[in-house]
Design a protein around this ligand. Structure first.
Ligand SMILES: Cc1cc2nc3c(=O)[nH]c(=O)nc-3n(C[C@H](O)[C@H](O)[C@H](O)COP(=O)(O)O)c2cc1C
Length: 323
């Protein structure tokens, strides 16, 4: 089942979410190799892009294998958003998402991200301006509301009326942050009230929870977020479970360590040895979480500075698990 958006773009059922500080090119590549069929870049500040900030352009690095690709913009002033869209004229991407969901104080304090949930009319006007000039389908990322879900349908309808192609909704409020469990019934109400596709987000930790999200909300697609960290196998697991009801076996230690080595290699190739190894540290922790006897290794990862040291730590992880 694929859902057509504006008759011009088909979202697959399972999407790699935008993950700030994480969704780099090597991360997207690793997940595409593991079965991901659509990936988002990490959130891009419209203001920084309008200035062609070096860091922002680095975050947007992509290549010819990195498709289909979604780009998510963050902002609250249409002048910067329009300038950012101008900068994107020659950039290759397939969907433009607008962030009205980020709960971080440094973002909402400036009226951006989830702060826009408090002003659906303003959000609608920003979206109208984006739809007018965008060259690709436009979507919006919402939460259920600021501190309760009472207005979720109203916010989503305001967004739909701006002429966007789909709504992605994280089934928590801004106040909840990432805590508590996802509110399936509130997502279901939003889905039932809209004519455009709804992409649901929240608590996709396993194939079974992915199916639960489809079953409980009737959503058209889902995004995988924290559930993919150290777990690129989740894409095939979800696909298999949705298609056949079968639960694939979890990867063996050998498969986990091979993927870790490959992921480390992708990071080092992309960022260089020092930064690539540093960026991989958090992934080491995610890959090894849930395994027994890993605490000393996880504690020592902060001191790892070279690719060789990291490879040795991965070897130790295998030895610990086999002993
Ligand atoms: C570290 C981290 C970074 C995130 N960055 C973004 C982002 O840039 N844009 C966005 O729309 N959502 C972002 N999210 C939210 C996720 O896309 C997702 O909606 C949320 O984590 C709920 O899904 P989950 O419970 O399956 O993790 C981020 C979440 C985390 C944990």
């Amino acid at each position: 089942m694929e859902k057509c958006i504006n008759n011009s773009f088909k979202f697959p059922r399972v999407i790699l979410a935008s993950l700030s500080g994480i969704s780099s090119l090597p991360f997207r590549r690793l997940n595409r190799e593991a079965g991901c069929k659509f990936a988002f870049l990490e959130m891009i500040s419209a203001r920084s892009l309008s200035y062609s900030s070096k860091r922002t352009l680095e975050m947007m690095q992509s290549n010819s294998d990195d498709f289909p690709l979604g780009l998510q913009l963050l902002g609250e002033q249409s002048c910067y958003i329009l300038k950012a869209l101008e900068k994107l004229k020659d950039y290759k991407y397939d969907v433009l998402d607008f962030n009205a969901a980020c709960p971080q104080k440094k973002i909402t304090g400036h009226g951006k991200g989830a702060a826009l949930l408090k002003n659906p009319k303003k959000l609608q006007n920003l979206l109208k301006g984006i739809v007018k000039v965008a060259t690709v389908p436009v979507t919006v990322k919402l939460r259920l509301g600021w501190d309760n879900e009472k207005h979720a349908v109203d916010i989503a309808k305001h967004a739909q009326d701006a002429g966007i192609s789909a709504v992605c909704i994280h089934g928590r409020t801004k106040t909840q942050g990432y805590r508590g469990s996802v509110n399936y019934s509130a997502i279901k109400k939003v889905k039932a009230s809209l004519d455009i596709p709804v992409i649901a987000s929240g608590d996709i930790w396993s194939a079974q929870l992915a199916k639960k999200m489809f079953d409980e909300t009737n959503c058209d697609a889902i995004t995988v977020a924290r559930g993919v960290l150290g777990n690129p196998w989740i894409f095939n697991e979800i696909d298999e479970f949705l298609n056949t009801g079968k639960i694939l076996p979890r990867p063996t230690i050998k498969e986990v360590s091979q993927t870790m080595r490959h992921h480390l290699g992708l990071c080092v190739d992309f960022y260089g040895e020092k930064i690539g190894t540093m960026k991989f540290r958090k992934f080491f922790i995610w890959y090894t979480s849930g395994f027994l006897k890993t605490k000393p290794l996880r504690l020592s990862v902060a001191g790892i500075k070279t690719k060789l040291q990291m490879l040795n730590l991965i070897d130790k992880f295998i030895t610990f698990q086999s002993s």
